[in-house]
Design a protein. Structure first.
Length: 559
């Protein structure tokens, strides 16, 4: 039976911890330690030279002070070198007072007249005194009979200024080294304190980074950023991020396509990137709300803006053009079906009337009745389509006129009505008109001389809608309450709620940057006025492919 192979020894690997907190702390500690060692080294490197220079200058100063003693030059010329001579005594006095290692006084021949070792008095100095005897001050570190020392040499002059010798003062180099060694513990103490402060600061910074990164690893953060980029540029919804100053800081590919701008817009405000207009107002937050309608070129967009914790905001954009084209066709079909349903009732009544006239053999009256019916219907359709060029709105009003006639109400399109086929959002305007007309028909039901008047006109790019009725009107104290969802003066039917239509009208108007108000009509009754700015395209420009409506515009027109 074969033996299983011995598994290879597991190699030890030094791995950094995955947590951002630990990695940042270790890196900052390493940086703090490295900076401390570097600073200490940079400080210690010139310290020895500085201490040597201080020692040489001190030796030179002692030598200069000694050489300035006038009696020393006289004793040098008037006595012989001796361990008990006046030159030796004066030099030793100064050496002991200053703490110098030695003070050597020599004559012009280089013979010592003083020395810490009396036996060396009378002998020649071990180093060349020529430079000092030539009148120059000398500072050096050199080896002599007393070992390595910091030296200062100066010429010795008599009363006439003539050089008669020199003074050499030395400070043992071991004392300089001892000072350096003595200073090292203090330096390391300061370095350790600095390292401790750096470690504390590193820990505090790491804790802050940990909170801000939610204790994720760097690899996790990198993966999240990669996923974020892929997600932002892969979704089919425009995303625009703005910083706290209101400047664009991110645009995904879909936002660039919908807005017709490129990466050059990053770093600029929406006004500079897009130009003045409602789209810039929505992105900048000057227009607030949800599912705000805006137009960019031939595209109808629905925008939502959400503030972020850092004071900026993120706006999302959806293209409703293609979807709302299908919705427009569906609404048009639904309007035609409603109109046909209403006409079916009226047509049945007219056919019964015609059948009765024929059975009574009143043929002339039957011909006259058919002519009146056909003529009235043709006149109504032609009047509406002549004043309102949008086919969806025209079909709605024709159908509402039929329903009104069936209920005994005269629905009239005002002579001041002129609405070109340049609507950006016909579907939304259909919802507004349908709700206001339905409420007006309910208000005048049962009233004598019941009449509802509709006026639609364009003022530049603004659409103005006015619906008047001859009903009882709205009391002043209720003119704001009626736009509240659920408010109604009538009992709700079993199949649906009341109090929805007027709140829907105001909500749709405000989403498009407009307003909806109610007042008293001339001659009594209620007068509803809806103003929709930027509801039409510029004259001569192609209208949008469809009318975009905010969510909710597909709700059933109701009271």
């Amino acid at each position: 039976m074969g033996m299983s192979p011995t598994p290879p020894a597991r190699r030890l690997r030094l791995r950094l911890p995955r947590r951002v907190f630990s990695q940042v702390l270790l890196m900052q500690l390493a940086i703090a330690a490295g900076v401390t060692v570097l600073a200490t080294g940079l400080f210690l490197a010139p310290l020895g030279d500085q201490l040597d220079d201080q020692a040489m200058r001190r030796a030179l100063a002692i030598a200069q002070t000694t050489a300035q003693q006038p009696q020393l030059a006289r004793d040098l010329r008037g006595t012989a070198p001796s361990p008990d001579g006046p030159v030796q005594r004066e030099a030793e006095r100064i050496r002991k007072a200053t703490g110098a290692e030695y003070i050597v006084v020599l004559d012009a021949r280089g013979v010592r007249w003083s020395h810490t070792d009396p036996e060396r008095i009378g002998g020649l100095v071990s180093t060349d005194p020529g430079e000092a005897l030539a009148g120059h001050d000398v500072m050096e570190i050199d080896d002599g009979t007393l070992g390595r020392s910091a030296r200062g040499k100066v010429p010795l002059r008599d009363d006439d200024g003539k050089i008669v010798g020199a003074v050499s003062v030395g400070i043992a180099y071991d004392s300089v080294r001892a000072r350096l060694i003595h200073a090292i513990p203090g330096l390391f103490a300061y370095a350790g304190g600095a390292l401790a402060v750096g470690a504390l600061a590193a820990w505090l910074i790491s804790r802050r980074v940990q909170r801000q990164t939610r204790d994720l690893a760097f690899s996790d953060i990198a993966a999240l950023l990669a996923e974020r980029e892929a997600m932002l540029h892969g979704i089919r919804e425009g995303v625009v991020a703005l910083d706290r100053a209101g400047r664009v800081r991110l645009l995904n590919d879909e936002a660039q396509r919908l807005l017709g701008i490129g990466e050059e817009a990053v770093g600029h405000s929406p006004d500079l990137a897009l130009g003045p207009g409602r789209t810039a107002d929505v992105l900048a937050g000057r227009v607030t709300g949800t599912d705000l309608l805006t137009v960019r070129g031939r595209r109808v967009l629905v925008a939502n803006r959400m503030p972020t914790d850092d004071g900026g905001a993120v706006a999302t954009l959806r293209d409703r053009t293609e979807l709302d084209r299908l919705g427009r066709e569906l609404d048009s079909t639904r309007g035609l079906i409603d109109a046909l349903r209403a006409q079916d009732h009226e047509h049945a009544n007219r056919m019964h009337t015609l059948l009765g006239l024929l059975e009574l053999e009143m043929y002339d009256d039957a011909v006259e009745f058919v002519g009146e019916v056909v003529g009235d219907h043709r006149a109504t359709s032609e009047q509406v389509t002549e004043k309102i060029r949008d086919p969806l709105l025209a079909a709605l009003l024709v159908g509402k006129a039929t329903v009104a006639a069936e209920r005994g109400v005269a629905l009239w399109v005002s002579d001041g009505t002129r609405l070109p086929d340049r609507l950006i959002d016909p579907r939304g305007l259909v919802t507004v008109v349908g709700n206001l007309v339905d409420n007006a028909l309910d208000a005048v039901a049962g009233a004598p001389h019941a009449r509802v008047e509709v006026e639609l006109r364009a003022e530049g790019r603004t659409a103005v809608l006015v619906v008047r009725d001859t009903g009882p009107g709205i009391p002043p104290e209720h003119r704001e309450s009626i736009f509240t969802e659920g408010w109604s003066t009538k009992e709700p039917p079993a199949h649906r709620e009341r109090g929805i239509g007027l709140s829907l009208v105001r909500r749709l108007a405000e989403r498009q940057g407009g307003s909806a108000d109610v007042g008293e009509a001339p001659g009594g009754g209620a007068e509803f006025t809806v103003v929709l700015p930027e509801a039409l395209t510029e004259p001569g420009a192609e209208p949008a492919l469809s009318g975009a409506s905010a969510p909710g515009s597909t709700e059933e027109e109701s009271e």
